[in-house]
Design a protein around this ligand. Structure first.
Ligand code: SF4
Length: 269
C-alpha cells in the first residue's frame, strides 16, 4: 500500500468514526434527506459503490430565469470571462438575497478541474468568509475529496446553486426559493461552461433538483445511484455534507454515490 493510499484510508476511517457535526437546520421529512441542511456521513469501503453501474440519463430542463425588478442592466452572463463573472457576482442585486449577505460566495478551486461539486448555498460561516463549504461540513467535504484522490483546489472545484446566504425571518439558514435559484443559476451555468468539468456531483436536494430541472415534488429518493446528465456531462447525486454530519448511517450510501461517480469518471473520455 502506497503512502497516498494510506492517507486516503486514514481519511475514510476518520469519516467512518465521524466527528461531531453541527446541523444547519432540521429536516422536515424523508424528502429532506438530500437537502443541504441535513446530516453528515461516514464513508465505508471504496469497493461498495465502485461496482454500481450507470443507469438513467435525465435531460436538463432549462427553466425561465426571472430577473429581480431592482436588477440593473447586465452583460450577457453566458459571454462573461472569469474576471467579469466574478465582478458581476460580487456586485449582484438580482434577487433579495443580496440584502442580507455579508459577502457573495462565488466558488473555489481549480478553474480547470475535471470534478465539480455543487452544493445549495452559503451558510453563516461561508457568508462571513466568502468561501463555500467551510466549518465542519467543509471539513467533511475535504475528507470526502481526499478519499477520492482529490483535493480542494487540485482537480476539484466547489460551488453552490446560489451565491448569497438564504436566511429565514429568524436569521437561520434556509434553502433558497425557486425564484432565488432561477435568478442565480446563470452564474453557475457560466462557471460550468468555463471550467468544462468531466464529472459533476450534486450535493443535496436543492442542487440536484436545480441542475436537473426537476419539479420540487420530484421524489429525490430515486435520484441517487444513477448517472444523470447535465448539458451532456455525467452528474451523480449524493447527500449534502451538512446532512451527513447528522446522519451517520447514510455515510455508506454517500460513499456508494461517490464510488459510482469515480467509476463513471474512470470510464469517461
Ligand atoms: S443569490 Fe445570486 S442572484 Fe441573488 S443577489 Fe446573490 S449573486 Fe445575485
Amino acid at each position: 500500500m502506497t503512502a497516498n493510499s494510506n492517507r486516503r484510508k486514514a481519511f475514510l476511517e476518520e469519516m467512518d468514526l465521524g466527528p461531531l457535526w453541527t446541523q444547519r437546520h432540521a429536516p422536515s421529512g424523508p424528502e429532506d434527506a438530500l437537502a443541504a441542511p441535513d446530516d453528515g456521513t461516514a464513508m465505508p469501503g471504496r469497493e461498495a459503490g465502485a461496482q454500481r453501474s450507470a443507469q438513467v440519463a435525465m435531460p436538463v430542463e432549462e427553466a425561465g430565469l426571472p430577473v429581480h425588478p431592482s436588477a440593473p442592466p447586465q452583460p450577457e452572463v453566458a459571454l462573461m470571462d472569469w474576471a467579469t463573472l466574478k465582478a458581476n457576482v460580487a456586485g449582484c442585486v438580482k434577487c433579495d438575497l443580496c440584502r442580507g449577505r455579508t459577502r457573495t460566495v462565488f466558488g473555489v478551486g481549480d478553474e480547470k478541474a475535471r470534478w465539480l461539486f455543487i452544493g445549495e448555498g452559503p451558510g453563516r460561516n461561508e457568508d462571513l468568509q466568502g468561501e463555500p463549504f467551510v466549518g465542519q461540513a467543509g471539513k467533511l467535504l475535504d475528507n470526502m475529496l481526499i478519499a477520492m484522490g482529490l483535493r480542494r483546489g487540485e482537480n476539484a472545484y466547489i460551488a453552490n446553486i446560489v451565491k448569497c446566504r438564504p436566511t429565514d425571518d429568524n436569521g437561520r439558514d434556509r434553502p433558497p426559493t425557486a425564484d432565488e435559484v432561477a435568478a442565480c443559476l446563470p452564474y453557475l451555468e457560466r462557471q460550468i461552461e468555463l471550467i468544462q468539468p468531466t464529472m459533476l456531483v450534486a450535493l443535496g436536494k436543492t442542487a440536484a433538483l436545480a441542475l436537473l430541472g426537476l419539479d420540487p415534488d420530484t421524489p429525490v429518493s430515486r435520484l441517487r445511484g444513477k448517472i444523470h446528465r447535465y448539458a451532456g456531462r455525467p452528474l451523480v447525486v449524493t447527500y449534502h455534507p451538512a446532512y451527513l454530519l447528522r446522519n451517520m448511517a447514510d455515510k455508506r450510501k454517500s460513499w456508494e454515490d461517490l464510488s459510482l461517480a469515480m467509476a463513471t469518471y474512470a470510464g469517461a473520455d
